[in-house]
Ligand binder design. Structure first.
Ligand SMILES: [Zn+2]
Length: 98
């Protein structure tokens, strides 16, 4: 992505750390999924469809500068997150996102 900014890609160890933080906070607050509003079982782990994933409140596509802003993260079911995507077309088997 050429956005004129140098944003670290949403990947690797840092993304794992972000997920761990969101899980910890979400579990402590008993936070529901930010997309469907249903409870999240924080004991489930990736790649379980109902496991917790990091939803970007402001999408990474539109707000790449907020990719690593913890205030822009919210817990969401992995499946919900996948189906919402980043604003692209769903159902194309996009990998590398979640
Ligand atoms: Zn959900």
């Amino acid at each position: 992505m050429d956005n004129g900014l140098s944003i670290r890609p949403w990947a690797g160890r840092a993304r794992s750390d972000a997920l761990a933080l969101v899980k910890r906070k979400g579990r402590a607050a008993n936070a529901p999924c930010s997309i469907c509003g249903q409870p999240i079982d924080y004991s489930l782990v990736y790649p379980h469809k109902q496991s917790c994933s990091v939803q970007h409140i402001r999408s990474r596509r539109d707000y790449p500068e907020l990719t690593w802003e913890p205030g822009n993260w919210a817990p969401a079911h992995l499946d919900c997150n996948k189906s919402e995507g980043t604003g692209g077309r769903p159902g194309l088997g996009v990998m590398g996102d979640w």
